[in-house]
Design a protein around this ligand. Structure first.
Ligand code: JFZ
Length: 423
């Protein structure tokens, strides 16, 4: 048996961190790197550049003169988000910090020469918001990464792959990230799926890598974007573009079982993770609110993505969504933060959350023309009180055969009409 069989026992501080994470409900994902300059998303190297050296040369032109970590963090915090997840190194292999493990990094390879991860970490710590670090297991630039089903058209020489060397490189980088930038809330791995079609299962040596992370920062949460049941050593379960248990994204054969670990759904604000200039297909604030209500209604967090511009600013439309979301959260956040999934799971009319013995029914159908005349909630006992949130006005209801029925007013509050039901 492998080291995995020995069993991972999370420390008390790790368990406390999991609870904080579970209560957070909203985080902001940031995909930013030299790919942002091409404005066609973070897969630009794989999708459009036959020679990785030509792509790498673009680092010479990366000079995000408007980058101000504090501005980002303040706008994100004002939206009601409790954490930021930042791409320290994506599949293009470019490191956004002053790493000693490779010269292909923000300080050595660009005229900008500033340690982005450090500036962001300092701003997060000062503003009191958690910092999570995205780290790609895939590398389309290095020869030692054993290529999987992607990165085959970037001019790499497959014969030079050297897993032990690459594994050592990643662990040295992770050690830097976990020892130089203060508290790291989570490491968000991505790329496992690159080898999901290998004839013989690929050994990522995750147990060894996870043990290193938990040794350096025992409270640091580990998540891996693999759409599977969690591996030993993982502290949170991720669902990319899916509510927990769904498989709309279709990366795997079947939807992963929802584990008892804290859950997170990630989704884009527009259609792309990295900056894409022609993609102005932003979700409306109301759509984002519905997404957040539905993830909370599943007991999960929403990690909502923004692709910052090459000049270092967040796109104007993203800032607009953050602002309006923050306004909504300042009132309705109370029904989400610290809540669990309520008795009615996300359905056509909306979702329910529950907190301190109060159920919050969020009536927010995707199609407002489909506003129900009434909603029903199964309850073992007659509720103590049924009121409108936040006004506190009494709401008429009937309770029969262990079913609570509440009439929905003709003109409900939009985008989310909330009823508080005291058990
Ligand atoms: C991954 C990344 O590739 C993507 O760039 C972004 O960072 C997102 C959050 O995570 O998305 C995936 C995940 C799985 C597959 C493709 C893209 N897959 O299984 O082919």
């Amino acid at each position: 048996l492998t080291a995995m069989a020995q069993g991972y026992v999370p420390t008390q501080e790790n368990l406390a961190e999991r609870e904080d994470f579970r209560n957070a409900k909203l985080g902001i994902f940031l995909h930013w790197g030299i790919y942002s300059m091409f404005a066609q998303g973070e897969w630009y190297l794989q999708n459009a550049v036959p020679d990785r050296m030509e792509y790498a040369k673009a680092a010479d032109a990366f000079y995000p003169h408007r980058f101000d970590a504090r501005q980002w963090v303040r706008a994100i915090k004002a939206a009601g988000a409790k954490y930021i997840c930042f791409t320290t190194r994506h599949h293009d292999g470019f490191s956004m910090w002053d790493t000693q493990q490779s010269d292909y990094n923000i300080v050595k390879a660009t005229p900008f020469k500033r340690d982005i991860v450090k500036e962001l970490a300092d701003a997060c710590h000062e503003e009191g918001i958690r910092l999570h670090l995205y780290y790609s297991h895939i590398d389309w630039m290095r020869d030692d990464y054993p290529m999987g089903r992607t990165g085959r058209n970037c001019g790499k020489d497959a014969s030079k792959s050297d897993w032990p060397h690459y594994f050592q490189f990643m662990n040295a980088q992770l050690t830097e990230l976990l020892t130089r930038y203060g508290k790291v809330g989570a490491i968000w791995f991505d790329g496992w799926w690159d080898h999901d079609q290998d004839a013989t299962p690929f050994n990522w040596q995750l147990d060894e890598q996870y043990a290193l992370i938990h040794k350096l920062q025992p409270a640091c949460l580990i998540g891996n974007n693999h759409h599977m049941e969690p591996n030993e050593g993982e502290d949170i379960q991720l669902f990319e573009r899916d509510l927990p248990g769904e498989n709309k994204a279709g990366f795997v054969d079947k939807a992963a079982q929802v584990s008892p670990l804290p859950l997170e759904t990630c989704e884009t604000m527009n259609g792309m993770w990295g900056y894409k200039v022609v993609d102005q297909n932003y979700k409306s604030t109301n759509e984002i609110i519905r997404l957040l209500v539905n993830t909370s209604g599943k007991g999960a967090n929403l990690l909502l993505n923004i692709g910052p511009q090459p000049n270092g600013q967040l796109p104007a439309l993203a800032l607009d969504r953050l602002k309006h979301l923050g306004k909504w959260m300042s009132t309705y956040g109370a029904t989400l933060y610290g809540s669990q999934a309520g008795p009615v799971k996300p359905c056509e009319w909306g979702a329910t959350t529950e907190k301190n013995g109060t159920i919050y029914a969020h009536i927010c159908p995707a199609d407002t023309a489909k506003m129900p005349a009434a909603i029903t909630i199964p309850m073992a006992k007659k509720p103590k009180a049924v009121t409108h949130f936040p006004s506190g006005a009494k709401v008429a209801y009937t309770y029969r055969n262990k079913l609570l029925t509440i009439d929905v007013p003709a003109n409900p509050t939009t985008p989310d009409h909330v009823i508080a039901i005291k058990r």
